[in-house]
Design a protein around this ligand. Structure first.
Ligand code: ZN
Length: 299
């Protein structure tokens, strides 16, 4: 590894080892799923159910064979994909600074020195080449990747919108997951998270596909059943997700709105149930959001 690139922040390394991520060879257990490969764009998702619940995404411009790596963690397997495609890495994009989202930065920057590390805050991610801002567009060959600042899980969190092909893709990092949202345990802010999630609900169109940064579906679904038990649609959610997941398809933002409790803050039964569980009255959408987040933290 090129010594001129510093390691991730020291606290990150500790966290990384605690989580069992350091010094692992991810090769062999990782599934490489082609989510889309047509027209000018390919979206590849890597997942390793044995070692981590992280998803890694690779975006490719098919016209120029140029690649953007999103939150690279599964180093060997990403490298394998790149080698097979003889591709050129233009960007290493971090949705935020948590170590499982920047772990591969040093490796890929040393392997592809002209690739640009793009993240929001240079004080939190080492060796940033492009300090991202809200609404900035990164051009990857013919593709345009729009950056949205989405604070809450962390202050530096960004998401990526791509909407030139099909119905659009929303690469959500740790902001949104299937059936849930990110936590605020490591530098987050509940008020900002509430505003950001509410904004996504309003601004991202329903047909857009959600690309979450982790697979927390099963636990989120059980939690949804706990707080939205009256809703028989939750069984449909499980079936729909399972079918889609096994055939390399994604849930849409519109489908998430039907089931994700954090998208259903106007639901009276949900409010009553949470009041019942917490044994206190709730007088605003924000209070319900906060109570839900706290319940999910302890679930
Ligand atoms: Zn995170």
């Amino acid at each position: 590894m090129n010594n001129k690139f510093k390691s991730p922040k020291s606290e990150g390394i500790v966290d990384c080892k605690r989580r069992g991520l350091a010094d692992r060879n991810f090769r062999g257990d990782t599934e490489v799923k082609i989510i889309i490969a047509k027209n000018i764009m390919s979206l590849i998702r890597l997942e390793n159910k044995i070692l981590s619940d992280n998803y890694n995404y690779i975006i490719r411009c098919n016209e120029t064979n140029s690649f953007a790596l999103i939150d690279p963690l599964f180093i060997d397997d990403i490298e394998h994909v790149l080698r097979n495609a003889q591709g050129d890495v233009c960007y290493i994009i971090n949705t935020h600074h948590h170590v499982d989202h920047i772990y591969g930065n040093c490796y890929f920057k040393s392997k592809y020195p002209h690739a640009k590390i793009a993240a929001f805050d240079k004080n939190l991610v080492d060796n940033i080449d492009i300090e991202l801002k809200d609404d900035v567009v990164l051009e990857l060959g013919s593709l345009k990747l729009r950056i949205k600042h989405c604070p809450g899980h962390t202050e530096d969190h960004i998401c990526i919108e791509y909407d030139d092909v099909d119905k659009g893709y929303f690469i959500a990092g740790d902001l949104l997951f299937n059936g849930g949202i990110g936590n605020i345990k490591n530098g987050g802010d509940i008020k900002k998270l509430f505003i950001t999630v509410d904004g996504v609900k309003d601004k991202i169109h329903d047909d857009c596909y959600l690309c979450p940064g982790h697979d927390y579906f099963l636990k989120n679904w059980v939690f949804s059943k706990y707080v939205m038990a009256e809703r028989h649609e939750l069984f449909d959610f499980y079936v729909k997700y399972s079918i889609k997941h096994s055939s390399n398809q994604l849930m849409t933002i519109g489908e998430e709105k039907n089931y994700n409790p954090f998208f259903n803050l106007e639901n009276k039964e949900l409010k009553n149930k949470v009041e019942d569980i917490c044994k206190k009255s709730i007088s605003s959408k924000f209070e319900l959001f906060k109570a839900l987040r706290e319940l999910r933290d302890d679930f």
